[in-house]
Design a protein around this ligand. Structure first.
Ligand code: NOJ
Length: 761
């Protein structure tokens, strides 16, 4: 066995071979046994069967990409029987999965089981908040738990591989897919990537409640120009290495089993065909030994990009670059075997890809028990149970961010208040589910109206104001919030006049964000701004609850409305979570994972920007600014209020004078709950490296801690900084730590002014 590993290492060093980073002594018995089985199976496979493992087909029910012309069910079944399919996506339910798995296992020559993929993005049937919202909890434990619930339910439905977590960093809220990620920061994004991978995969991939995770979209998809979907990406090496790649690397460190590449190009090369990303960095430098699946037909799309002249060339480029599996593109299955037979693509490339794919299948335990995810009892008991609903409610309430609370209008009283609830989104059981929820049933969320009724004895009056145009078809890109019919506004205004408090639920419909939903205006869609202003003119005592999949531009609301709650799309338990926060059963603790701009013109706007050569206003106009807008955002990254208040003081930098890269520097601060409620605060630590061979951001998040404080209570918290936090990637992608002066900031958001300093020798 040693010999065969060695041979593989020699032949495939240039490919970034799996195992190439592992010494013999590190290969444990289990891995060794799997390697042996993989080698033995591989030696029996024909070229066509190898290509088959690299071919993934969409199932016959759900569609999550453009339907290819030649994708008939007949062809797919024929290919399945021939052993030309290694994986299927969008097949779910034990019965359906069993059917395709049975063909693969019982009717093909070698009986290799399929790996079944699905977009389990924020839950399967029981939905947690959209991932951006979950990130606002800054609570890694609940995020991991949420992924665990999602995995358990998906696994009970026949699925053993999720196309999640999406770890794309993005600074552009026009891009609809920001709802799927963890926001703009690579440090927070890396922590969350790890938590999600751990949640999906658990400690034992062969357990039948765990599924393989997939870090996507590799790489830089979140930097699509102008936030336009599927667009060009043109970024420098510093942004690539310091902003884009860290969460992917973190996913590898967490043991993620698969990667998905992406639709975008990066600096002129479609990433699906990028050897630099997939071979050099991912499989080479990082030693990733899982496999890479293309995004939906992204191999074919290299033809439209003008990078490959036809399918044959696309197949050659993608396989050579390290795309191991072709998702619903028909390129590998049609072209790859001939390319190998004609000596254009080396068979070693196929062997490497297939070895990676088979290894994951063995690790999942599919060879021993191909139907292990098809247990009807599990399907009945493990989906949608109370425990799962409790878990998603917990993360939902922790994801809510209080943006403004003047005159302590919140929390609301549970009785004796006349509350008028306005906005069709409040009565909606569908939008709260968010985008990417294929496994769940439409209209199953607890609506905000239902939640608010349940949690109080108030006489609640509800008015739609502006109606939603309800469109149950998930994949329409129509904007479905009424833009013309104003007839409901007067009635809402009339009701508002006599209210003690008005709660207005406004924002986006669930399919106004997500894939293919870029927007050029990110204010309140349709007539909602008009509704808000009309009600405001009648009664200013308004609590605005936003429900949305991206940061919105709400400058008018921020100026005029006394209380604003960021309620995102919180999944199945939305109404209960919002009600618990509005009525004070849960004191909000969320913090924004993405900057809220004042206006579209400020985008991209993010907290870890560079200082520029002209950062300050001098006596003239020639400094880095706009003449029609402040530079500052509406709400900075990390921002979020509580019903109580927190005071930070006594910041101390211990041993900060002569600190070397081998030391740990301790930074302590005292936090006091100075308000009237018990509460939780996410204390954040930022650094600024004052001088660098590559200019450094004005702030970089390097630590955070959730602190629970009773009313009046104080606690000292300590952050530790090591060389892991103080360096950066240079333009070659090498991590360097440079001596010099640093500033350190601690506080409740990225604009904190509480400051210390230290010097690194
Ligand atoms: C396209 C999306 O970009 C990707 O994220 C998703 O996993 C696949 N389709 C499969 O649905």
């Amino acid at each position: 066995m040693k010999n065969s590993i060695l041979t593989c290492s020699i032949i495939l060093t240039f490919l970034g071979c799996s195992n190439n980073k592992k010494s013999d002594s590190m290969i444990d018995t289990k891995t060794e046994a799997i390697n042996e089985k993989v080698d033995s199976l591989l030696s029996k496979m024909t070229i066509e069967e190898k290509v088959g493992q690299m071919n993934q087909y969409n199932g016959f029910w759900d569609v999550t990409g453009p339907s290819p012309k030649d994708g008939s069910a007949k062809t797919k079944y024929e290919h399945l029987r021939k052993g030309w399919v290694g994986s299927m996506l969008n097949v779910r339910g034990t019965e359906n999965v069993k059917e395709v798995q049975r063909i693969a296992v019982e009717e093909t020559r070698l009986g290799i089981p399929l790996i079944i993929g699905f977009d389990v993005i924020h839950g399967y049937k029981t939905l947690a908040p959209i991932p951006l919202a979950e990130a606002a909890s800054w609570d890694l434990e609940v995020i991991e738990k949420s992924a665990r619930v999602a995995a358990t339910e998906a696994a009970a439905s026949g699925i053993n591989w999720t196309f999640a977590p999406m770890v794309d960093i993005s600074r552009d809220p026009r891009w609809g897919r920001v709802m799927e990620g963890a926001g703009e920061d690579p440090y927070l994004g890396s922590k969350i990537a790890k938590a999600r991978v751990k949640g999906f995969q658990g400690n034992d991939l062969s357990d039948d409640t765990t599924i393989a995770a997939c870090a996507k979209h590799f790489a830089a998809y979140g930097f699509s120009e102008a936030g336009k979907e599927y667009n060009t990406v043109d970024i420098g090496t510093s942004t690539l290495h310091n902003m884009v790649l860290p969460p992917f690397k973190a996913a590898v460190e967490a043991g993620v089993k698969t990667f998905m590449n992406s639709f975008n190009e990066l600096n002129g090369v479609p990433v699906t065909g990028s050897s630099f990303l997939q071979r050099d960095i991912l499989k080479g430098k990082w030693g990733f030994d899982g496999f890479v699946v293309s995004d939906w037909a992204s191999i074919n799309e290299m033809i439209s990009w003008g990078h490959a002249k036809d399918k044959k060339e696309a197949a050659k480029i993608a396989a050579t670059a390290g795309s191991d599996m072709d998702m619903e593109g028909y390129v590998y299955v049609e072209e790859l075997a001939n390319l190998v037979k004609n000596g254009i693509v080396k068979e070693a490339i196929l062997d490497d890809a297939v070895r990676r794919i088979l290894t994951v299948k063995f690790e999942l335990g599919l060879f021993d028990a191909p139907y292990k995810y098809c247990n009807e009892e599990n399907e009945k008991n493990n989906i949608g149970n109370k425990e799962h609903h409790d878990a998603v409610l917990d993360v939902a309430k922790k994801s809510i961010v209080l943006l403004k609370n003047e005159n302590k209008i919140l929390p609301l009283k549970k009785k004796g208040q006349k509350i008028v609830l306005i906005g069709d989104l409040a009565d909606d059981k569908n939008s709260p589910l968010g985008s990417w929820r294929l496994g769940s049933d439409d209209n199953t969320a607890v609506s905000i109206l239902e939640g608010m009724k349940k949690y109080s004895e108030n006489n609640l009056i509800f008015k739609k104001g502006v109606e939603l145009t309800k469109d149950p078809v998930s994949f329409t890109s129509e904007i479905n919030i009424n833009t013309t019919d104003e007839s409901g506004i007067d009635e809402a205004v009339k009701a508002a006049k006599s209210a003690d408090v008005i709660v207005m639920v406004l924002g986006e419909h669930s399919f106004q964000s997500g894939e293919g939903r870029s927007r050029t205006e990110i204010g309140l869609p349709g007539l909602q701004q008009k509704l808000l202003e009309s009600v405001y003119n009648a009664n200013k005592n308004i609590v605005l609850v936003l429900t949305n999949g991206r940061p919105l531009t709400i400058e008018w609301a921020d100026k005029n409305i006394p209380a604003i709650v960021e309620g995102w799309q919180l999944g199945s338990q939305t109404g209960n979570a919002i009600a618990q926060v509005l009525y004070g059963d849960y004191n909000p603790s969320g913090k924004l994972p993405m900057t809220f701009p004042r206006n579209i013109g400020q985008i991209p706007i993010y907290y870890n920007y560079k200082n520029t050569g002209r950062p300050n206003r001098e006596s003239h106009v020639f400094w880095s600014h706009y003449i029609d807008s402040p530079n500052t955002p509406l709400y900075p990254f990390g921002y979020g209020l509580s019903y109580t208040t927190f005071k930070y003081d006594n910041l101390k930098v211990h041993n900060g004078e002569n600190f070397s890269t081998e030391d740990t520097i301790k930074i302590s601060v005292t936090i006091t709950n100075t308000g009237d409620y018990d509460g939780k605060e996410v204390a954040q630590l930022y650094i600024r490296d004052l001088v660098g061979s590559i200019t450094r951001p004005v702030r970089e998040l390097k630590g955070f801690e959730m602190v629970a404080l009773k009313k009046g209570e104080s606690k000292e918290i300590v952050f530790n900084l090591t060389k892991k936090e103080l360096g950066f990637y240079n333009s070659d992608g090498n991590y360097v730590i440079e001596a010099g002066d640093f500033e350190v900031y601690v506080g409740g958001n990225s604009a904190t002014k509480i400051q210390g300093k230290f010097t690194l020798n």
